[in-house]
Design a protein around this ligand. Sequence first.
Ligand code: PXG
Length: 286
Amino acid sequence: MKIYIDGKYYGREDARVSVFNHGLLYGDGVFEGIRIYNGKVFRLKEHIERLYQSAKAILLEIPVKKEEMKNAVLETVKINAKENGYIRLIVTRGEGSLGIDPAQCNAATIIIIVADIQLYPEEHYKNGIEIITASSRRIPPDSLDPRIKSLNYLNNIMAKLEARQAGCLEAVMLNREGFVSECTGDNIFILKNNELLTPAPYHGALDGITMRTVMEIAESLGIRTRETTLTRYDLYNADECFMTGTGAEIIPVIKADSRIIGDGMPGTITRSLTDRFKQYVLQRAF
Ligand code: PXG
């Protein structure tokens, strides 16, 4: 494994950053999780765009141009000879002093890790998973815009722990108003009356790249899609429900807060979207 840190490659044991790095001290930084399918990096342009937009929102200057960053990602994938895998691209505020002031940090740290990912065991893709509603709310946009994919995941982590305590693998998070936003690391969709519905970024969801891809695929299959306001009631009474994310891809949800969704099995539209998604990511152009 060769890990990129600020233009140099290190083996796993030697890939280290300072304990004074503000990414560690304060979670001050942004990141992306990206897939490699059949030797091709999935939607790299979109991930790079989102990374730079997250950085801009937190006034973090990335010291390289987008094109250079793209090339660094592609080179790291090549050096690691990964045909199928996962890329974690991280930009932190860099090394500073003890004190939150980013002015003490001279230069951002760029890290690229190419590895494998399996977020859920295979059986859950076949049978679906059960989720709960977490009591930890999604951070509101006037505190930290959820479109910023920052290194601050504590509220999502608290929700994940709650899911674990309840014997589930995932939790859905509500926004401050009590509307559904997203899960701890995935967007959420429901199918109701043949329409595919998902909360919008202004409801507190990350503008997911898998979410956008799934909406495109659904439209191409003649399924209407809409970003809309959803409550827990809508989840409970959905015909089908699933989550989307770079790591998880598409994972069916069959129970929410002990309510069985649909007939308690992954739905037919969920299955056909999953099949199409699998074909889609293996195409040469996306
Ligand atoms: N919401 C949140 C909060 C996320 O972190 C998504 C939605 C889905 O977005 P994309 O663009 O990936 O479709 C994410 C992405 C992990 C892991 O280790 C999490 C993500 C991606 C990859 C791995 O849990 N989250």
